[in-house]
Design a protein around this ligand. Structure first.
Ligand code: MSP
Length: 532
């Protein structure tokens, strides 16, 4: 029997005109959570991220800094883009750079093959181009400039004047794919999510789809066209191919060929809503031209906003992930953005909201629950998990937990991270409430066997709930859940946390009686202590 296909997750590859900000980290964390989640279902997963290094925008950044484009990208990738993956605790399987020889060679081979099949023709492009978007624009997409740009036509995304290009370009016969694309999306309504993104692409496709310039001939920081080396491949054509070149596009030798056939098509391409059309129109048309299967889902998430506008380095509103992580830790960073903003919608970042959720949901919520429970197991049972009996109150919690696991798994299938995290948060609240209502510290005062049996039940129930929470929250907060797993003794009793099955985490009574618990460091230190 052939091995099951690998679940393949990608992020966009990021422009290295500058250092990463939290908007980039947002997508990369979402992909990482998805990766870890599917791994904990026992699936094989491949997670790709990387950098988009060609094009005018990167070339201009290098020039402004007085270095060659290659020196610029090498330095920025080594000093900023690779280290940020550690900062945000991401376990990508591969990191592709569009300047990698493996990428450049496969892009050239792909381009030659499409050229041989007659998908390209030589023409001329005269019209507006936004270097910020690296996109050929239509006149009706532009807005009048303001302030220093008054009197000029500007890009609606960047607010900066567009350039007027007049150059010889090779074109891709994109217009020929309009009907096939519409048909594909009608038959596969889940191929673009959320629904608003699907509707946007369909209405765009129902308009007029023009052929696309796929080469540039007035600068040279790119991959030369094999049959016309005065041209370099248009940066988006080059970049989109990364998803396929990274896993061996076009190779017929092993193990590359098996890697490609066992991984392609992508299951989820995560993208920001600003780059949806590239992924949902141009990319599938390229794949159709090459006779390759199309990605299963392109998911367009919203923007992190600052002052109501898309956060960006070019508008000087970019916040580095380490600014937040130094104060709150990587787990809280990962949790916050997926919990506070519905994936697919825009959301504003504020330090106040971040601090409030950290304190309420993490420090006072999960963290406090864990330290109260392990402290009491220590105090009343010498750190050995006691046995639980079941009354109605425990039964209710057990049923509740079963629903959390089902709901969270289903929510992740729809990429609704916030829904999944809301379900776990409600369960943390329910356990804290249970502990408060049962008052085991008061019951223990009686000191009778009956009283201690009740205390045992309450503490064993909370520890069992913590066991489940550690499993389900592991993809989101790998470090804190690993400490929690240790402190409830699950590491010794049940083995590696990452090896637990998240789809089966709804089982109850899994943590064995007698397991050794320890009261570790607080999972989420109070902010005052933390910032000292
Ligand atoms: N290089 C292209 C992508 C090529 S993929 C084949 C690109 N790069 S980018 O660095 O400008 O943007 C990469 C991603 O970061 C996009 O998905 C974009 O939406 C996302 N974000 C950039 N700023 C963002 C926010 N303020 N908020 C959320 N995501 C943001 O486009």
């Amino acid at each position: 029997m052939p091995a099951a296909k690998t679940f393949y997750v990608t992020t966009p590859i990021y422009y290295v005109n500058d250092a990463p900000h939290i908007g980039h980290a947002y997508t990369t964390v979402a992909g990482d959570v998805l990766t870890r989640w599917h791994r904990m279902r026992g699936e094989s997963v491949w997670y790709l991220t990387g950098t988009d290094e060609h094009g005018q925008k990167v070339e201009a950044a290098a020039k402004a800094n007085g270095v060659s484009p290659q020196q610029w990208v090498d330095t920025l990738v080594a000093e900023k883009w690779l280290p940020v993956l550690d900062t945000i605790d991401v376990v990508n399987d591969d990191f592709i750079r569009t300047t990698d020889p493996r990428h450049m060679q496969r892009v050239q081979r792909f381009m030659s093959s499409l050229h041989e099949q007659g998908w390209f023709y030589l023409g001329g492009y005269e019209g507006p181009y936004c270097v910020g978007c690296e996109e050929f624009k239509l006149a009706d997409e532009l807005i009048p400039g303001e302030g220093e740009h008054i009197g000029k036509q500007c890009c609606a995304v960047h607010g900066r004047p567009v350039e007027t290009l007049n150059e010889s370009n090779w074109f891709f016969k994109l217009s020929q794919f309009r009907e096939r694309l519409i048909e594909h999306y009608e038959v596969n309504p889940d191929a673009i999510a959320p629904r608003s993104a699907y509707n946007e692409v369909l209405s765009f496709l129902r308009g007029d789809l023009k052929d696309l310039s796929i080469s540039r001939s007035t600068f040279d920081w790119g991959i030369p066209l094999p049959w016309d080396p005065d041209h370099v491949v248009y940066v988006w054509f080059d970049a989109l191919l990364n998803y396929a070149t990274a896993i061996g596009l076009g190779d017929d030798d092993e193990p590359s060929a098996s890697k490609f056939s066992g991984t392609w098509p992508a299951d989820v391409h995560l993208v920001g809503k600003d780059i949806l059309r590239f992924h949902a129109v141009i990319w599938p048309a390229m794949l159709m031209a090459a006779g390759l299967p199309l990605p299963k889902t392109v998911f367009a998430h919203g923007w992190l906003l600052v002052g109501g506008e898309k956060m960006s380095k070019s508008k000087l509103t970019g916040i580095a992930p380490s600014d937040i992580i130094d104060a709150f830790g990587s787990d809280a960073f990962r949790y916050y953005f997926l919990r506070a903003i519905a994936f697919g919608s825009d959301g504003s970042f504020s330090w106040e909201d971040m601090s409030a959720r950290y304190t309420n949901e993490l420090a006072n919520g999960l963290g406090n629950l864990a330290s109260r429970a392990t402290a009491m197991v220590d105090r009343y049972f010498g750190g050995a998990l006691p046995a639980a009996a079941t009354t109605d109150a425990e039964h209710v919690l057990r049923e509740h937990w079963g629903r959390v696991v089902t709901d969270a798994n289903e929510a992740i299938d729809r990429l609704e991270f916030a829904t999944a995290l809301n379900a776990t948060k409600e369960f943390v609240d329910a356990l804290n409430m249970y502990l408060t209502e049962q008052e085991p510290w008061k019951v223990a005062k009686a000191g009778t066997d009956e009283a201690m049996a009740r205390v045992a039940t309450v503490l064993a129930t909370v520890c069992e709930g913590l066991r489940g929470l550690a499993v389900v929250l592991h993809p989101v907060m790998p470090k804190a859940t690993a400490s929690l797993w240790e402190s409830i003794g699950a590491a010794a009793a049940l083995g590696d946390l990452a090896a637990q099955r998240i789809d089966l985490a709804g089982a109850w009574g899994v943590l064995p009686v007698g397991t050794r618990t320890t009261k570790g460091e607080p999972l989420f230190p109070r902010l005052e202590e933390h910032q000292q």
